[in-house]
Write a protein that binds this ligand. Structure first.
Ligand SMILES: [Fe+2]
Length: 437
């Protein structure tokens, strides 16, 4: 009997520690999100510069709505909704949850004010801490699954906050800096020489397995067949991309996919987004303001069309997502993420030691050749949460590896980001691949 009492006590202590740990993670996440807005005025936080961009304030509200809707409203009978109107304002795309404010009109929401949105955040954050501590044990498993999703969802919006405010500031003739320049960024003036890493073909497996968190689109793990291939040891640099520009490649249709060529002409693209030309000099707009282009850093803010055209010009190709994932193998998940504070891709200043594949993680998301589709036997979750990823599996391309504005700890080898092929405001570049053997 004494043993049983002791076991129950130990179990409860372990559960309590689990829950305290969950509350701490949640509070750290919320602080991290809010810290991203510390330099932004209320005016900054209200602007929507294009339909794909959301105001900072909307991101703060929407990530809060996610916890309120999918956790508090379901699992806390005593929860008091902060404002019933917010369900309409801050629902992003969940048809099953109800109607919503049109996405292109989020910039019209001068109300609620930033102060009210922050009060909404505080209200929900307190209620979440209570829920985590008090929800009954039988419901805990379901709560913790949705809680993990909510954490990773808010991390995705941390990246979107930075992507979006950069676009907003880029359209202001004053070119405001989001943060002070990071001095160490410009020190590394040369890129590592490009080499090629041979990768075996054969029967391989990709996709998530194991117990850690992954989004549903990373599963199930499954077999794929690969022919032998080579992967470039690092991403394409600005200097290399400038070679593509200087050969007038933006006006040479032979390098472009049909849709890409149509988009280049329609949009008048002549360089990556945020590149600025003054005579023979190139500069780039960053989250630390405008500065001279560093030829050694990975090229960023390309559409899939531009990444693909560059690869054709170079006589290479983009890797498939399966090639990228199998090559990533045991490459340690470290790199230029948000903890470094640069918020911009950097030339690789690390030593020549292993891994052969450099900058696989962080710096720039890498466009792959793979359309974003369901893995074999994929089944989205039931209910509204099933809308998270599955319904976007059409007309988008997979990107891998994370970027300089991806939160540290958010990324995995199996992680599948996706954007339409014309999107340029993500921190996206490329790594070349080629066939061999
Ligand atoms: Fe969202």
């Amino acid at each position: 009997m004494g043993d049983i009492v002791l076991e129950v006590a130990v179990h409860e202590e372990a559960c309590g520690a689990d829950r305290r740990g969950a509350v701490e993670r949640f509070e750290a996440l919320r602080r991290e999100t809010e810290s991203l807005t510390a330099n932004l005025t209320a005016e900054d936080q209200s602007i929507q510069s294009m339909p794909d961009v959301s105001p900072t304030k909307w991101h703060l509200g929407h990530t809060t709505w996610f916890f309120e809707t999918f956790l508090l409203a379901r699992f806390d009978p005593d929860y008091r909704v902060f404002d019933p109107a917010f369900g309409y304002l801050f629902n992003s795309y969940y048809e099953a949850v109800g109607p919503r404010h049109p996405r292109p009109e989020r910039g019209l929401l001068s109300r609620p004010t930033v102060d009210i949105v922050m009060a909404y955040r505080d209200h929900v954050s307190s209620a979440m801490a209570r829920l985590i501590e008090r929800v009954a044990e039988p419901e805990w498993n379901e709560v913790v699954t949705l809680f993990e999703l909510g954490i990773h969802h808010e991390q995705q919006h941390q990246e979107l906050i930075l992507m979006d405010i950069k676009h907003v500031f880029s359209l202001n003739p004053l070119l405001p800096a989001y943060q002070a320049p990071q001095l160490q960024v410009q020190v590394q003036a040369t890129a590592h020489p490009l080499s090629w890493v041979d990768c075996d073909g054969g029967l391989k497996e990709i996709g998530h397995s194991g117990t850690g968190f992954a989004f549903d689109n990373e599963s199930p793990r499954h077999k794929i067949w690969l022919e032998p291939f080579r992967l470039a040891s690092r991403p394409v640099t600005c200097g290399e991309y400038l070679g593509f520009i200087e050969e007038a490649s933006y006006s040479r249709p032979e390098f472009w996919l049909s849709d890409g060529w149509a988009t280049v002409r329609e949009q008048g693209w002549e360089a990556p987004l945020y590149w600025l030309r003054e005579g023979e000099e190139w500069s780039v707009f960053t989250l630390s303001g405008r500065r001279r282009l560093n030829m050694a850093e990975p090229v960023c803010h390309l559409s899939f069309y531009e990444a693909d055209a560059f690869a054709r010009w170079a006589g290479k190709r983009l890797p498939t997502e399966a090639e990228w994932e199998t090559a990533a193998g045991d490459v340690p998940i470290s790199g230029n993420f948000t903890d470094r504070g640069h918020f911009h891709p950097c030339a690789d200043g690390s030593s020549d030691a292993i891994p052969q594949l450099r900058q696989m993680y962080g710096d720039v998301w890498e466009w792959t050749a793979s359309p974003y589709t369901a893995y074999p036997r994929f089944r989205p979750a039931g209910g509204a949460i099933g809308e998270y990823n599955g319904k976007f599996m059409c007309n988008q391309i997979v990107l891998r590896g994370g970027s300089a504005i991806t939160p540290t700890g958010h990324i995995r080898a199996t992680y599948r980001n996706f954007f339409p092929p014309s999107a340029r405001w993500a921190f996206a570049g490329l790594r070349l691949a080629e066939d061999f053997g």
